[in-house]
Write a protein that binds this ligand. Sequence first.
Ligand SMILES: [Zn+2]
Length: 299
Amino acid sequence: MSRVLKSGSNQITCTYAQHCANVAAGKAWAKGADVVKYKAQIDKITAHSAGRVIKVVDYLGGTNGIVDDEGMGYGNYVMILHDGNYVTLYAHLEAVYVREGQTVAQGDEIGFMGNTGNSFGAHLHFEVRKYKAVPAGNLHDVSAYEWLDAQEWLDKEFPGVASVEVKAGAKFDLRDTPVYNSESGKSYGRRSGIYYVWSDEVKNGRIRMTNSAAHVGMNKQVSFWVSIDDIALLESNAETVTTAPSPAAEKTYTVKAGDSLWAIAAKQLGNGGRYKEIMSLNELKDDVVYVGQVLKLPE
Ligand SMILES: [Zn+2]
């Protein structure tokens, strides 16, 4: 049986390698695999895996070289986004049974094989793409994804995205990751580098992150929202901060006018001689303190 054909098994009429060679030779624009139903040829098309329909073109009739409004020769086609930013594309359909935004389960009928677009003879042109982030804007911007071997993936399950550790304090190495100024708000650009999950709370598929372990659950000033889907891509970098500072357990003292380290130690710790402990705890090079300075105090 097939993951993309309703009732038959796959017969490859143009391999992924041939597609790649054609693209390299300038004779084709997309890397996929062409599939028909073994012996009978045409069939209903089914969703390779569960996901969300992110693109539907279904206004094209006719065949042979006809392109859509975006200049693509896919004819009538469907794109489905799966966990992990894998996308499958089903092209040259005669009929489309789904609409954009719809959620589908694996095996759901999404269309009927056809010969629309730049196609010579009814077949399914099937693509698998791996996007760097949740696809947005121009889905065919080749800098946003890479083609995977559609033939290899034709009957294979995508690696499930392991559930993401969103515990407060979890540490991620962002890599040009899109960020937002609120859980549903505007784009805030992209960030790279080490950031920490601010709290366990997930809103709209997004979590708040901050730039310092010390801000976790405390200071929202340097924070932004990131899509869980994007974070999932970074999971191999995840490393929960186990020694996140516990603010409640930490005693501090704010230096006032006239204070000296000796006086602070005497008053706060009951022994002026312990000023050296304050110095080492706060990594002070000398015993000079200034008004407003926040000092950590030993137990
Ligand atoms: Zn093809």
